[in-house]
Design a protein around this ligand. Sequence first.
Ligand SMILES: [Zn+2]
Ligand SMILES: [Zn+2]
Length: 369
Amino acid sequence: MKRAEICEALAPLKIVDYPEVPPPPPKGVVVKITYSGVCHSDVHIWEDEMDMGDGVKMKLTAGKFIKFPLAPGHEIAGIIEAVGSEAGSEVKVGDAVVVYPWLACLQCDLCTHGQPNLCLNAVERIGAAKHGGFATHVVVPITSGAVVKIPKGLAPEVACMVPCSGITTYNAVLKTKERVTEMVRMKGNAKLLIIGAGGLGMWCIQFAKALLPPETKVFSADISEEKLQMAKEANADDTILWSKDANEQEILAQTMQRSGGVFDAVIDLVGAGATSQRAFNLTERGGIQVNVGLFGGNMKIPLIVLALHTKCVQGVCVGAPHHLEDCLKLVAEKKLKPPPLEFFTLDQATEALTRLKEGTMKGRGILKL
Ligand SMILES: [Zn+2]
Ligand SMILES: [Zn+2]
């Protein structure tokens, strides 16, 4: 078994060869990895830092859930190689699966009722508390809700993205559905703005087109013209280029001119102070802002505006296991297109993280094992 392990923040990952593959836990499985997505959260782990706002940087290894050495990676597709003695018959050796990595304590009410993504005691989180997908094999402690068979016709290199970038954007779109549907009922149409046209943006646009009423106009905004081109290919109804040189008032005015006013829902896939503040200012009265991205920082909410405009600011942390099953089905059935993929070997894990950190990855980086 081979792993690419972070031993020190921002240092090249160490490729370690182990003589043996660990045995499966009694209720779990060992998955031989075929593809493993490279996500921005992996970059945060590698940097060992998160921007908590007001200049406060949090060292991730200062908490108990991330310790180095660690093989990061939580977008995992593979083949079941070994099944534990008490794992039941839900999955068997040879099944092609994806792994739900957002496992937590496995015991509390949230974990046992299908919402482990909300449990704070994340002792089993794969790619964070436990070794993840930057490896030839991964150990999964349970089967139910943690390994899901890949539907027929869905390529594993696409399926591997669904447990993170897939369900996160799927869940974000679902959060806007009630408001958007209500607006369509009242005025015959609705407007959704999706901020960020990278890998997450591609999924988010397609989920919005698949899940929201057809009268919803989906806009994609980004600072990169090239990425907006991808947004058009993913079927965004319109795109808005946010110039780095323009001031905030100009950007707000230009955006509203393009869309014909503020938006019923805004999904911020970047989650930087500047983008989230803009999202708040671009949300219609009664509308919803969904925050997904973890760039970090903070935004100011004038409390009078929040109340008088009856706005909702909603956070989304990935999704629950049932989102993963539904989302895999949707991607397979509707033949949703993945963002452009760029493949790396396990030995190139450091290069993949560096490219993502520098913002030079076009679409999604995938390790091919
Ligand atoms: Zn991720
Ligand atoms: Zn729990």
